[in-house]
Design a protein around this ligand. Structure first.
Ligand code: P1T
Length: 353
């Protein structure tokens, strides 16, 4: 797909364009990306944004003062900040509950609840939420179920086919896959919602550049092979850490004793590339470990070919520090890349020794 750099397109007559008029409204490279993600998610419509947060903002921005949102107890820190801080100040109510607990959603729903924000697996606790069960509960209230599918990707999980109303991605992560492009995508099947999102995308204008769209299209070409390797390496890392004397607890849905293992096995076709763990010695041990790896690079973000390691409490989830979503400072999060597994295990052993 070429990178269509043109910001404007010649028209046949005033108001009569030939498919494209102005690149904020639509651009051929962006259309190709949107069709690609819609196809992968089993959606009829997709909308690309300049970042995952810009995509989320387009969805939360549909709410009106007095509306209420339910989100997971360990939502991504940026999602919490957007809903609780930015929209909370504008009269949007919110509750954070453990959506991996059956029944928790039913108790949190209010007559004014309009959106239920689900991450599964969650960032950074890797809890698993039963999408079909949440969708069934939400349906009784009329609230839209929005699934952030960033961790699973459409290769492993298709929330719309499980009853969700909206899928949102930080395409900065696995869809891009190489830590070189920021992006967000929303995928839906409802024509009316699609019309509103197209309006917001154009009117608010938080769109990705054609080159960003090109990079995402190129990343998506290898999504399947990358995800296979991410899953294989992550399972090997999780199993290795599970029997390591320095590790108190490993959180990975692929381990049979993970509380969400059965649900994950049912709704995903692989368990993903993210592994979290709590170390014996908690915070000091976590800081020491993430500061001493050499193959795992100490950095925020996830989902790229190279392995990353971080301490969410002081990095990606700092914005939830004084909230009910606060993360244990002893937790470390690993985005397991596609490197040779021996290099990854040797690196973790030397960092934990
Ligand atoms: O960074 P951005 O593309 O704006 O996407 C935000 C976002 C949305 N949803 C989830 C589940 C995410 O993990 C993110 C971004 N997360 C990180 C940068 C991180 O390191 O966790």
């Amino acid at each position: 797909m070429p990178v269509h750099l043109a910001t404007t397109f010649v028209q046949s007559a005033p108001g009569q364009h030939r498919g494209y008029e102005y690149s904020r409204t639509a651009n051929p490279t962006r259309t190709a990306l949107e069709r690609s993600v819609a196809g992968l998610e089993g959606a009829t419509h997709a909308f690309a944004f300049a970042s995952g947060m810009a995509a989320e903002n387009a969805l939360v921005g549909l709410l009106r003062p007095g509306d209420h949102v339910v989100m997971g107890l360990d939502a991504y820190g940026g999602t919490f900040r957007l809903i609780a801080d930015i929209y909370g100040e504008r009269g949007i109510g919110w509750s954070a509950v453990d959506l991996s607990e059956p029944g928790a959603l039913a108790e949190a729903l209010r007559p004014e609840t309009r959106q239920v924000w689900v991450e599964t697996p969650t960032n950074p606790m890797l809890a698993v939420v039963d999408i079909a069960a949440v969708a069934e509960t939400a349906r009784t209230s009329g609230a839209a179920v929005i699934v952030d599918n960033t961790f699973a990707t459409p290769y492993l999980q298709n929330p719309l086919t499980l009853g969700a109303d909206v899928v949102v991605h930080s395409s900065t992560k696995y869809l891009g896959g190489h830590s070189d492009v920021l992006g967000g995508v929303i995928a839906v099947n409802d024509d009316e919602l699609a019309e509103r999102l197209a309006y917001v995308q154009n009117a608010a204008g938080a769109v990705p550049s054609p080159f960003d769209c090109y990079l995402l299209l190129r990343g998506i070409k290898t999504l399947g092979v990358r995800m296979d390797r991410h899953c294989e390496n992550a399972l090997a890392v999780a199993e290795h850490l599970d029997s390591h004397p320095a590790v108190a607890r490993v959180l990975y849905p692929g381990l049979p004793d993970h509380p969400g293992h059965d649900v994950a096995a049912r709704q995903m076709s692989g368990f993903g590339g993210m592994v979290s763990c709590i170390l014996n010695g908690s915070e000091a041990a976590a800081v020491a470990a993430v500061s001493s790896t050499r193959v795992f690079l100490l950095a925020e973000s996830l989902g790229a070919v190279e392995s990353l390691i971080e301490q969410p409490a002081t990095m990606t989830h700092l914005s939830v520090a004084d909230s009910p979503l606060a993360v244990d400072p002893g937790l470390i999060r690993l985005s397991v890349g596609i490197e040779t597994i021996d290099d990854l295990l040797t690196d973790l052993d030397q960092a934990l020794s």
